[in-house]
Design a protein around this ligand. Structure first.
Ligand SMILES: Cc1ncc(COP(=O)(O)O)c(C=O)c1O
Length: 391
């Protein structure tokens, strides 16, 4: 429970872990040097940066010099799509993504399309799974990049990344995965999983906003988006945000130690939440895969109610939840992910995403299970859609 109530929107962003905040503070006003300066202030900042790089790299089995720090996963994803497109355009102009990517991949791909690139958007099944065989069939001579989300930010489905990566490796095509929701939550190993490029963001894993990474396998051809002082091996010029990066590294250190136990605990709580909702609320359905899902994600659609109304009613009761991804829930369009798994517009509008985290307590899940059935019942009484559903 936070000061203002129960927070069940950890996929949108997480609070900074106090252990992370503590380590960051000196880097704002005591160890504040610019990593490019030759004097001792600069060198102190530079060593903090390089230690952080080692820590982050070790969480995914990468080499430290394969980690590029950026400011957000949005930036990392833009860098991958546009940077690979530009660097490899003489080899080919075909890129494969899935139909359930985050908007920063979808929109970058759309922009590349307007610049003459060809984009294939692979379909997913009713659980949101991409089938590796579809990737195999879609790759052609001109394909330069396959980019697939690791775990869905909306429905939590975890993709068969290792198999997809293997296919890309065999066909000599770069493979990128957007691991923003899975990084620090489930094990990732870039070598055994055949990953060439990977994006992740600090604020989704108890670190601060303003730090993120792009893992770039040694030898990958990629052009920068930002030109300037040549920081981050020339791939991301800008004065380095040392406090945020030191914070992200500490979040990785904690994740490495606690991921297993935390995952087990979150799986137990989310299973309780899922079975409780499905049992107590008639006309409720789980979105995403029942087993191949993130330990902290539960996503439902409810017949005859609008997700936004549920969010408002729960907020009045002190519970913060979401209808979909943080980035698209402000629009009133149904989520492209829910449409991709086969939901009709009115079904997708009735969706609710509950994402648990490090400080979620069982008592909070019990409280939610107590109030949600009543909220849905009351909303259905005034629902304009009530005739289209039987519940
Ligand atoms: C899967 C995924 N990719 C990318 C992003 C964008 O991350 P950032 O907020 O760091 O730009 C998000 C954020 O919701 C996400 O969930």
């Amino acid at each position: 429970m936070t000061k203002s109530g129960i927070y069940l929107d950890y996929a949108a962003t997480t609070p900074v872990d106090p252990r992370v905040l503590r380590i960051m503070l000196p880097y704002f006003n005591k160890k504040f040097g610019n990593t490019m300066s030759l004097h001792s202030f600069g060198q102190e900042a530079k060593s903090a940066l390089e230690e952080s790089r080692e820590e982050v790299a070790s969480l995914i089995g990468a080499e430290p010099n394969e980690i590029i720090f950026t400011a957000s996963a949005t930036e990392s994803n833009n860098l991958v799509l546009k940077g690979i497109a530009w660097a490899c355009r003489n080899k080919g102009k075909h890129i494969i993504i899935s139909s359930i990517e985050h908007p920063c991949i979808m929109e970058s791909a759309k922009w590349l399309e307007s610049q003459g690139f060809e984009i294939t958007r692979l379909k997913v099944d009713k659980y949101g799974l991409i089938h590796p065989d579809d990737v195999r069939k879609a790759i052609k001579k001109e394909t330069i990049l396959v980019s697939m989300i690791h775990a869905s930010n909306e429905i939590g489905t975890i993709q068969p990344i290792k198999e997809i990566g293997k296919i890309c490796r065999e066909r000599g095509v770069y493979f990128h995965t957007d691991a923003t929701q899975s990084f620090g939550k489930i094990p990732i190993e870039v070598n055994s999983m055949n990953i060439d490029l990977l994006s992740a963001s600090s604020h989704k894993m108890y670190g601060p906003k303003g730090a993120a990474i792009l893992f770039v396998r040694k030898g990958t051809k990629i052009e920068p988006l930002l030109h300037g002082g040549g920081q981050e091996a020339g791939l991301r010029s800008s004065t380095v945000n040392v406090p945020a990066i030191v914070g992200m590294a500490q979040a990785c250190r904690i994740a490495k130690k606690e991921m297993k136990d935390e995952g087990r605990c979150l799986t137990r709580l989310s299973n309780k939440l899922i079975s409780g909702v499905l049992r107590k609320i008639p006309g409720s359905h789980l979105n995403g895969h029942p087993k191949k899902r993130l330990p902290n994600n539960a996503n439902f659609w409810f017949e005859g109610v609008e997700g936004e109304s549920i969010v408002v009613q729960l907020d009045l009761l002190g519970i913060a939840v979401s209808t979909g991804s943080a980035c698209s829930s402000a629009k009133l369009e149904p989520s492209h992910v829910l449409l991709a798994i086969g939901l009709k517009h009115e079904e997708a509008h009735g969706s609710l995403r509950l994402t648990l985290g490090r400080w979620t307590k069982e008592s909070e899940i019990n409280y939610l299970l107590k109030v949600l059935p009543e909220v849905i019942k009351n909303l259905r009484k005034i629902s304009p859609f009530k005739k289209s559903f039987k519940f």
